[in-house]
Design a protein around this ligand. Structure first.
Ligand SMILES: [Zn+2]
Length: 462
C-alpha cells in the first residue's frame, strides 16, 4: 500500500518513497499577501491539504511548510498607495488568508515561514551561489547566471526561446544573459530594504523559497508543490538555486507536484471578463464545506470548471451525507480498523484521484439508502463517516446543515421554530385549518416540515 504521485520532473506517475520514512517533508509555495485570494488559490490550498492528510495516514511524521511572500513589488505598491508600512498590508492579508484556510477546513501547516523573517538566510544563500560561480553582483543587484547550470530548464522542459518569452525578461545591460534572474535588487529610499553586501535592497521572489526550504526542511525535500502557473519561471529558478548551492546534483525536491488551474463556467477566470471570484465572497454565500467538496471534486491535475452545476452536485452529495447522519443516529457503528484499506482511500493513493474516490463515496450512500438490513447500514455508516472525517466534511450536526443554509430573504430559524410552535398549539386546540395554514405559510417560504414521533423536523428546500 503506497502512494503514487505524478512527478512533473519525470512526467510520470511514480511510487512515492520518502528520503526518510520517519520524517516526510513537503513544501508548497504560498500566497503573496497584498489582497484577498481568489477561488483558484483556494483550490491549490485544498489540494495540498488533502495530500498532507493522506501522507499523515501513511507516515508517522510529516513536516509541511507553506510560506508567505511578505515582501514583493505588488505589496510595496499597495503600501505606497495607502501610505502605510508594508507590514500593515501583509499582516492584514495574512490574517485574512488564515481565516480563509480555516473556513475551507484546511489543517495549519507545520511551518509557515515568512520571507522578511529570513533575510539573513537569503543573503547567505546568495553568497553561496556567488562563491560557487552561479551568481554575480552588478549595479546593486545579485543575479543568477543561468549559463552556469547546464540543464537549466529541465523541470519545465522549455527551450531557450520559450523561456525568454515565458519569463518576459527585462533586457537590462547589467545582465550577462537576458535570462539571468534577480536574486537581490536595490531599494530606493522609500522602498522597504535591508542592508546586504550588494547595498540596501530586497530579495527577488524565487530565492526566498530556496532559502526557507534549506533552513527548515533540508537540502533535499520529498515533495514540492504549487500550481502549474508556478512551473516556470518560479519553480525552475528555485530548483536552479537549490541544486547550485549544494554538492548534490539532482537534489532539492524529489517529487514535483503541480495542480491545474480553475475556469469559471468554461472560461478563464479574469478581472477583465468580470468572472473573478474572491474566495471570501464565495464563502460568505455558500456553506464552507460545500466549497471544500466542490474544490476537491475534480482531479487536481485537470483544469476545474467552477459552475452552478458543480455547486449543485456538491450540495447533493452533502445532503445525502447529512440525511444518512440524521437517519442513522440510533444505529450503532463498528469503528473502521484500517482506513487505508477502504476502496475510497485506495483511489486517493492513486495520485489523489478524487473523482474516482467521490464516486466510491456516492456508491456507499446509494447502498445505504437501498438496504433495510440494520447490520449492513451500521457498517456502511461507519465507512462513510470514517471517510468524511478524513476529508473534514459533513462535520456539522444534520439539523444545522438542513436548517442553516439561509440565503438573503430567507425566513430565520427562530421564525420557523416560532411558527412550528404556533402550529402545535393550533393542533392541540383542534384548529386544523389554522395548523394547515401555517404549514402552507412555511412551504411558501421554502421550509418543509415533517411530523415524527420525536416532534416536528424541518428543512429548507435546496
Ligand atoms: Zn516558491
Amino acid at each position: 500500500m503506497s502512494l503514487v504521485l505524478q512527478n512533473s520532473m519525470t512526467g510520470k506517475k511514480e511510487a512515492f518513497s520518502p528520503l526518510d520514512a520517519e520524517q516526510v517533508t513537503m513544501y508548497v509555495c504560498g500566497p503573496t499577501v497584498y489582497n484577498y485570494i481568489h477561488i483558484g488559490n483556494g483550490r491549490s490550498a485544498v489540494v495540498y491539504d488533502l495530500l498532507f492528510r493522506t501522507l499523515q495516514q501513511l507516515y508517522p511524521k510529516v513536516v509541511y511548510a507553506r510560506n508567505f511572500t511578505d515582501v514583493d513589488d505588488k505589496i510595496n505598491a499597495a503600501a505606497a498607495a495607502q501610505g502605510v508600512d508594508i507590514s500593515v498590508i501583509t499582516e492584514r492579508f495574512i490574517s485574512a488568508y488564515d481565516e480563509d484556510m480555516v473556513a475551507l477546513g484546511n489543517l495549519v501547516p507545520t511551518i509557515v515561514p515568512k520571507a522578511t523573517e529570513h533575510i539573513s538566510e537569503i543573503i547567505t544563500t546568495i553568497n553561496t551561489l556567488i562563491e560557487r560561480g552561479h551568481a554575480y553582483a552588478a549595479e546593486g543587484h545579485a543575479l543568477f547566471a543561468v549559463d552556469s547550470l547546464a540543464d537549466y530548464g529541465k523541470l519545465s522542459k522549455r527551450n531557450t526561446d520559450d523561456m525568454i518569452a515565458g519569463a518576459r525578461v527585462d533586457i537590462a545591460n547589467y545582465k550577462r544573459n537576458p535570462m539571468d534572474f534577480v536574486l537581490w535588487k536595490p531599494s530606493i529610499d522609500d522602498q522597504p530594504g535591508w542592508p546586504s553586501p550588494w547595498g540596501r535592497g530586497r530579495p527577488g521572489w524565487h530565492i526566498e523559497c530556496t532559502a526557507m526550504i534549506h533552513k527548515h526542511l533540508g537540502e533535499t525535500i520529498d515533495i514540492h508543490g504549487g500550481g502549474t502557473d508556478l512551473l516556470f519561471p518560479h519553480h525552475e529558478n528555485e530548483l536552479a538555486q537549490g541544486v547550485c548551492c549544494t554538492d548534490q546534483p539532482g537534489a532539492y525536491a524529489r517529487y514535483w507536484v503541480h495542480n491545474a488551474m480553475l475556469d469559471i463556467e468554461g472560461e478563464k477566470m479574469s478581472k477583465s471578463l468580470g468572472n473573478f471570484i474572491v474566495l471570501r465572497d464565495l464563502l460568505a454565500q455558500q456553506p464552507h464545506e460545500l466549497v471544500r467538496v466542490a474544490l476537491l471534486s475534480a482531479h487536481y491535475r485537470s483544469n476545474m470548471n467552477w459552475s452552478e452545476q458543480l455547486l449543485h452536485q456538491s450540495r447533493s452529495l452533502l445532503d445525502r451525507l447529512y440525511t444518512i447522519k440524521r437517519d442513522s443516529a440510533e444505529l450503532g457503528s463498528a469503528p473502521i480498523a484500517d482506513l487505508m484499506a477502504l476502496p475510497f482511500m485506495q483511489m486517493l493513493l492513486d495520485d489523489l484521484n478524487t473523482p474516482k474516490a467521490f464516486a466510491v463515496l456516492h456508491e456507499l450512500t446509494n447502498r445505504f439508502f437501498k438496504t433495510d438490513d440494520l447490520g449492513e447500514r451500521a457498517q456502511l455508516k461507519a465507512e462513510i463517516f470514517a471517510i468524511t472525517d478524513f476529508l473534514n466534511i459533513a462535520q456539522l450536526d444534520a439539523d444545522t446543515w438542513f436548517q442553516g443554509q439561509t440565503a438573503e430573504g430567507d425566513i430565520s430559524a427562530e421564525q420557523v421554530e416560532a411558527l412550528i410552535a404556533a402550529r402545535q398549539t393550533a393542533k392541540k386546540q383542534r384548529d386544523f385549518a389554522g395548523a394547515d395554514a401555517i404549514r402552507a405559510q412555511l412551504a411558501d417560504r421554502g421550509v418543509l416540515i415533517n411530523d415524527t414521533r420525536e416532534g416536528t423536523l424541518w428543512s429548507r428546500e435546496s
